[in-house]
Ligand binder design. Structure first.
Ligand code: SF4
Ligand code: SF4
Length: 108
């Protein structure tokens, strides 16, 4: 399913997400048990890589082609509600136009 999902996201999407999750420098990797990955509903959208500055630790990366901007990986929901995502404020939800200005236009 993840492969099919990924293939789908590599072609034109029907709708762009409004927001994109971007991991910031505060990511600790959660000692190998990333809460964000357990909360993300899209298979393989978030994955671990070695932290280049501290190779014994991992960091999480978001695949921008798979992120649907659902906010489930963060702790701050609408109207200041609390969600069960990253406890370290290590994920920024960025409006897609800002994301594209910085990282280039997404192929969807
Ligand atoms: S916003 Fe949603 S889809 Fe994107 S990384 Fe977070 S939980 Fe996954
Ligand atoms: S983004 Fe947050 S929840 Fe995910 S691994 Fe990093 S610190 Fe942990």
């Amino acid at each position: 399913m993840a492969v099919a999902e990924k293939a789908k996201r590599n072609v034109q999407r029907k709708r762009k997400p409004k927001l994109m999750a971007v991991i910031n420098e505060a990511c600790t990797g959660c000692s190998g048990a990333p809460i964000c990955i357990t909360e993300c509903p899209v298979d393989l959208c978030m994955y671990e890589v070695k932290n280049p500055h501290a190779p014994v630790f991992n960091l999480v990366v978001v695949d921008p082609l798979l992120c649907i901007g659902c906010n489930k990986c963060v702790t701050k929901g609408p109207m200041d509600t609390l969600l069960e995502g990253c406890p370290w404020d290590a994920i920024d939800m960025i409006p897609l136009d800002e994301y594209e200005e910085k990282y280039g236009v997404m192929p969807y």
